[in-house]
Design a protein around this ligand. Sequence first.
Ligand code: CA
Length: 231
Amino acid sequence: MNNKALVLVVEDDETICNFISAILTSNGYGIVKVSKGNDALSAAASHCPDVILLDLGLPDIDGTDVLKILRQWTGIPVIVVSARSHEREKVEALDLGADDYITKPFGTAELLARVRAALRRGQKDAGHLEPGEMSVGDLEINYEKRLIKLAGKVIHFTPIEYKIVVLLSRYAGKVLTHDFIVKEIWGPYTNEVQALRVNMANIRRKLEENPAEPKYIVTELGVGYKMAEEV
Ligand code: CA
């Protein structure tokens, strides 16, 4: 099993929310469900989803406002899901930075195709195209399949741990500051340095033979972390 792509489902209609969730979970996606705009913003920061399915008509703040705020700090692919079929709203959402638009009612195949396309775009935007994999020592990362192996054995990470490892691997050999990592993973409106430490401890338990003397991800004291280019 690989590290599941995580979809944040923002939808206040319980029936539709359950419909979407059932399709996604049965197709191997991890999901987080919220029914309010404010909860969507905090969940986007805390769960770091790979794709957001965003209903426009929400009970607290409008979906377009959620989108505006999201786009101030993240390029996470957003698929707007709405009953509104007016061309104007579709264009507005796309202008605000939505990646795609799906109109209710929609079918399983259409939903899955759009989520897959958004995931591919997200990987491209994050510079996750070249190369499709990297390796250092016994560690192998396949970005396309979201697989991380150590000595041929698949390692399971939480979505946030996975993102941290991938981020570091994309900059292997370069020291990334705590601030940089936190902003990339959780966004600028949080101060998750402690969460980063906790996640790093867990990553090392999974990745390092001796977590106290890590060889793949080294600590730059008081500065940040660096993934080794060779071990
Ligand atoms: Ca709604």
